[in-house]
Design a protein around this ligand. Structure first.
Ligand code: SF4
Length: 347
């Protein structure tokens, strides 16, 4: 395994930072979480940005802060309202972790986020990157950050040809990031490095011709970097769910699994393989590719259907429902009652 140990020399790293910062002052993104030093607001943005694009987060971030402006307000919120507000961002474990973090910060730290990385990392849902991001963006600590954008920039700058998704590769990237870090104003520098990855050093077609740090960059074919291990194909899963509609109400159950605490379509009891679903859609979930098949089912005779509960159509807007199930329900409700067949006719 090839691990480059060549670091950019200290004078070059100073010039590198100067070139990067000149560019950032003119071209850097004006993002709402960069206009604040409030640790709570920055923490919220970091939770939202895990696995979600900036453009999507923008439409959630301000509304979230308007509703829950600090740790105390979020700690007092119900889990249901938190999941509902998170709806559409996906990866709901982040919402539950953010909520749990708020409660711990209030109970243990009097509503103030701890300043040390070790303490921040001990909070639910905060890994190495998030802890460093909070330390640098909220407290301006001189610590490196490595996430998708900065990993790409660093692996290209250093012509790093080891897979970055293995332990050796990950550690090397953190070392490279550390080697370029300024002793002061790391907050601005780290923002600039992030933006270079997001705006110039793009995954498939890096814009080297206009890159402010081109003269420090080594590879001849940067678009082939970073190297990653060959991904395993996603696992295929089929989920059979029931659409039960009666007197303008729909039967849902509260998930105790993947979407813990959210309302979902209950499992379907499909008696025959020739039963046709009334809705089919495919969605990714972590390393799975899930085919959601929804079957029309009559209302159960008894109440022995787990945590099942009837909701009126109007109530659906105010309960947390994961996007794949919400889309299925909305499409089916739009078709009802003629096209769904007699099984959906009101009992
Ligand atoms: S020169 Fe090209 S590959 Fe190197 S950092 Fe700039 S955009 Fe990325």
């Amino acid at each position: 395994m090839h691990v480059s140990t060549n670091l950019i020399s200290p004078p070059d790293s100073r010039n590198f930072r100067a070139a990067l910062l000149r560019w950032y002052r003119r071209r850097g993104r004006d993002l709402p979480w960069r206009r604040t030093r409030d640790p709570y607001a920055i923490l919220v943005s970091e939770f939202m940005l895990q696995q979600t694009q900036v453009a999507t987060v923008l439409s959630y971030y301000n509304e979230w802060l308007r509703r829950w402006s600090d740790f105390s307000a979020l700690a007092r919120a119900s889990e249901s309202s938190v999941l509902h507000a998170w709806q559409g961002l996906g990866y709901y474990a982040r919402a539950r972790n953010l909520h749990a973090t708020a409660r711990i910060v209030v109970d243990r730290y009097g509503g103030h986020l701890p300043r040390t990385i070790a303490r921040t990392r001990a909070l639910p849902g905060i890994g190495r990157y998030s802890a460093h991001a909070i330390a640098t963006f909220a407290f301006d600590q001189s610590v490196p950050i490595v996430e998708a954008n900065t990993a790409r920039v660093l692996s290209r700058l250093f012509n790093f040809r080891t897979p970055i998704d293995c332990t050796v590769g990950r550690e090397a990237l953190w070392n490279y990031a550390e080697s370029l870090l300024p002793k002061r104003s790391a907050r601005v520098y780290n923002s600039a490095l992030l933006d270079l990855g997001a705006l110039v050093c793009l995954p498939r077609q890096p814009k080297c011709a206009i890159c402010p740090v081109k003269k420090f960059c080594r590879p001849k074919n940067p678009q082939t970097l970073p190297i990653k291990k060959i991904p395993r194909p996603p696992k295929e899963l089929i989920e059979a769910r029931a659409f039960t509609f009666r007197r303008n109400r729909i039967l849902l159950e509260q998930s105790s699994g993947r979407w813990h605490g959210m309302w979902i379509l209950p499992p379907a009891r499909v008696r025959s393989v020739i039963t046709r679903p009334i809705h089919t859609s495919i969605f990714p979930f972590t390393n799975h590719r899930i085919t959601l098949k929804v079957f029309a089912q009559p209302a159960p005779r008894t109440r022995a259907r787990g945590q099942g509960r009837w909701f009126s159509i109007a109530q659906l807007a105010s309960i947390p429902l994961p996007s794949p199930h919400r889309r299925a329900v909305e499409q089916l409700l739009a078709k009802r009652p003629q096209k769904l067949g007699s099984t959906l006719a009101e009992a």
